[in-house]
Design a protein around this ligand. Structure first.
Ligand code: SAH
Length: 231
């Protein structure tokens, strides 16, 4: 069973959106499991303090290394990677999601305040993972997103494996545009080729549209795709 262990000061945020729809059904049926660990339980004072002022001065608070270490050390990490959600981390990609989903699960630390004492990151060899170049108020929404992306790849969660193989990033391209009934919407018909029944033509159209969209919107992905295509 794929297992997510989440360390957070807001355990009530979990499973949250992961308790409904495909992820929720898969959770209930035991395809994956989730355990949350309240970091405050590892605090030693009566106020259950998890943060303190930054060394060197400045605004905000920093999560304490000693408290977080104690919290982490109660979570068996067997062979699962230990991740810290962090805007300084390697941006998450579908490739990394695929590797995580193929493994045993993950131990995920959610930061709060201004972040986490650097010594904890080193001492527990946390791998920093970012959701993108923007700042959240906490690691919890990032952890939910990461787990969601992994869980949908687990065998038995999604109906058709094909839809995974064809979607955005599967071969380094964005997905082609999708259409469904009605055949005409506000005067705009579905592209004719899609209703032609000619599967070869449809596949060629989809590939061309995926390439066009990727070139238009994501020069980074497009450059990498072209470099791979060259002999
Ligand atoms: N002062 C920090 C931001 C702290 S935001 C900085 O400038 O880098 C508080 C917490 O939210 C972080 O510790 C992290 O766990 C989480 N977080 C914020 N943005 C994130 C992002 N883009 N990806 C993943 N986690 C993020």
């Amino acid at each position: 069973m794929w297992r997510a262990s989440v360390l957070t000061i807001f355990p009530e945020m979990f499973p949250g959106p992961l308790g409904v729809s495909l992820a929720g059904k898969a959770l209930a049926s035991g395809i994956w499991s989730l355990d949350t660990h309240d970091i405050r339980n590892a605090a030693t004072d009566k106020h259950r303090t998890v943060d303190d002022t930054p060394a060197g001065g400045g605004l905000g608070m920093v999560m304490k290394a000693d408290v977080l270490a104690r919290a982490l050390d109660t979570v068996p990490h067997d062979h699962r990677p230990r991740l810290l959600m962090s805007p300084r981390g390697e941006p998450l990609t579908q490739r990394r999601v695929g590797l995580l989903a193929a493994g045993l699960g993950a131990v995920i630390v959610c930061g709060r305040f201004e972040g986490v004492d650097e010594r904890l990151i080193k001492a527990r060899k946390l791998e920093e993972v970012s959701l993108g170049d923007f700042v959240l108020s906490g690691g919890e929404p990032a952890a939910l997103a990461l787990i969601d992306a992994c869980v949908r790849l687990l065998p038995g969660v999604m109906g058709k494996e094909v839809s995974i193989a064809e979607e955005s990033f599967a071969d380094g391209l964005l997905e082609y545009p999708q259409y469904t009934r009605p055949p005409v919407f506000e005067g705009e018909p579905i592209p004719e080729v899609l209703t032609s029944g000619d599967h070869g033509k449809i596949a060629a159209w989809r590939r061309a549209e995926a390439e066009r969209l990727t070139a238009e919107r994501r020069s980074d992905l497009w450059a990498a795709y072209q470099a791979r295509k060259k002999p």
